[in-house]
Ligand binder design. Structure first.
Ligand code: F2R
Ligand code: MG
Ligand code: MG
Length: 349
C-alpha cells in the first residue's frame, strides 16, 4: 500500500502482537539457536497439532490500553490512559510485567492520586525506570497522530506514566518515530531512514534532562544517537554475527539495549539472509531474527514487528501465525479505527 495505507496500519498493530506472543517462548533465554526458532515458528503452521493460543504479555496488554485510550478520547488523555493501565493490571496481573513497574501500576489505581506522573517519578530512588516498558507500547502513538511533533510529544508523555528516566521515555520516542517513518514508506530507502532517525534523536537528546540522565548513568552524551550510529555501521557490513549484534546493541530489558536492536532487526531483514529460510518474506525474517537474539525476545520482536508491519503491510503476515496469537484479531480491528482517527486528525478534525 501507499504511505499511511490501511494495510500498513493493520500490519503494524498485528505484527506487534505476533512478536509479543511468539517471542514469549524465548524471553530471558541466553542463547536461542535459529533451529529452535524455526521449529517454534513452523509449529504455528502445523494445524494437525491443534495449537493452543499463544497468550500475549504485558507488551500487548499495555499497548491495548494505549489504543483504547487514544480512540475513546480521540487523542492523548493522561488520566484516562493511567486509569486503563491500572485497571488492566489489576484484572490480569500475571502477564509478565517488569518487577518495578508493578509498584507504579498499583499506585495508579489509588483514587487519592492527584498527579498521575508522580508514581513513575518515585521509581528507583527517584531516578525513574529506564526499562523498555514505555517503548514496547509506543507504536499506537504513531498510528494515531499524523504530525511528527505530536508523535514525539505524546509517545514521551505516554511513556512517562511509568518511565520517568529519559533513557526509558526516549526509547518510546525512538520506537514511535521508527513506526511513523515506516508508515510513510521510509524503509524503501534504508540509509535515509536511519539518517532521519539520528537527526530526530539528536534534537530529542539535546534536552537538559536527557543530558543529565546520560551523565549520571555514565552513558554516551546522546545514548540513543550513539546506538543508532552503531546500527548504521552494522547495516553497512555484509556479514554480521548474532554475537556481534548482541555485544554492539544489546538484547536486554533496558530501552537503550532493545529499541535500537529492534530497529536493526528490521533493517537487517529487508534482504534475504543465509541463516533464514528462503521461503520467508521480510516480516517473517524480522520476527525470526529477533527471536534468535535471545534476551528480551517478546519485546524486541514486538517492537520490530510494529516497524516491519508498517512497512510490509497486513498481506505479509501468515494467516496461520495470526490464528495462534491472542489479541491478533482485536489488533486488526483496532488498526482500522486508528487509521480513521489518523486521517481525521490529518484533515485537522
Ligand atoms: N518483566 C519481563 N520479563 C521478565 C520476567 C517475566 C516472567 N517470565 C513472568 O512470566 O512473569 N518482561 C516485561 O518487562 C519488560 C518491560 O519492563 P518495564 O515495564 O520497563 O518494567 P520496569 O520494572 O520499570 O523495568 C524493568 C527492569 O529494568 C531494571 N531497571 C529499570 N530502571 C532501572 C533503574 N533506574 N535502576 C536500576 N534498574 C532499573 C529493573 O531490573 C527493572 O525491573 C519487557 O521485557 C516486558 O516484556
Ligand atoms: Mg512481555
Ligand atoms: Mg519482554
Amino acid at each position: 500500500g501507499g504511505p499511511a495505507s490501511l494495510s500498513r496500519f493493520r500490519g503494524a498493530l498485528v505484527a506487534a502482537v505476533l512478536g509479543d506472543c511468539v517471542g514469549g517462548e524465548f524471553e530471558g533465554a541466553e542463547e536461542v539457536p535459529m533451529e529452535s526458532v524455526l521449529q517454534h515458528l513452523n509449529s504455528l503452521d502445523d494445524e494437525t497439532k491443534g495449537n493452543g493460543i499463544l497468550e500475549y504479555s504485558d507488551d500487548t496488554a499495555m499497548a491495548r490500553c494505549v489504543v483504547q485510550s487514544l480512540l475513546t478520547r480521540t487523542g492523548f488523555d493522561e488520566q484516562d490512559m493511567a486509569r486503563r493501565f491500572a485497571k488492566e493490571y489489576s484484572a490480569s496481573p500475571g502477564r509478565g510485567y517488569g518487577s518495578g513497574v508493578i509498584q507504579v501500576l498499583k499506585k495508579l489505581s489509588s483514587p487519592q492520586l492527584s498527579d498521575v506522573y508522580q508514581p513513575a517519578r518515585d521509581q528507583f530512588n527517584g531516578r525513574g525506570s529506564f526499562g523498555n516498558g514505555g517503548a514496547m507500547r509506543a507504536a499506537p502513538f504513531a498510528l494515531a497522530f499524523p504530525d511528527l511533533a505530536d508523535v514525539k510529544r505524546f509517545a514521551r508523555l505516554g511513556a512517562m506514566l511509568t518511565h520517568s528516566c529519559s533513557l526509558g521515555y526516549n526509547g518510546a520516542v525512538l520506537q514511535a518515530l521508527a513506526v511513523h517513518l515506516s508508515l510513510q514508506g521510509a524503509l524503501d530507502l534504508p540509509q535515509q531512514f536511519i539518517t532521519r532517525l539520528i537527526t530526530e534523536m539528536e534534537e530529542v537528546e539535546a534536552d537538559e534532562a536527557a543530558r543529565n540522565d546520560a551523565r549520571i548513568l555514565k552513558e554516551a552524551e546522546k545514548p540513543f544517537c550513539e546506538r543508532l550510529h552503531r546500527v548504521r555501521d552494522l547495516m553497512d557490513r555484509s556479514k554480521v554475527s548474532i554475537e556481534e549484534v548482541i555485544s554492539e546493541l544489546g538484547n536486554g530489558i533496558a530501552a537503550l539495549h532493545s529499541v535500537p536492536t529492534a530497529i536493526f532487526c528490521v533493517l537487517h531483514c529487508l534482504q534475504p539472509r543465509e541463516c533464514l529460510p528462503e521461503n520467508y518474506g521480510g516480516l517473517e525474517r524480522t520476527i525470526a531474527y529477533s527471536l534468535a537474539l535471545g534476551g528480551d525476545t517478546d519485546t524486541i520482536a514486538c517492537m520490530a514487528g510494529a516497524i516491519a508491519g508498517a512497512h510490509y503491510g497486513i498481506e505479509a503476515i501468515p494467516q496461520s501465525w495470526m490464528k495462534c496469537c491472542e489479541g491478533a484479531e482485536d489488533a486488526d480491528m483496532n488498526a482500522e479505527r486508528l487509521h480513521m482517527l489518523y486521517h481525521q486528525l490529518s484533515q485537522g478534525g
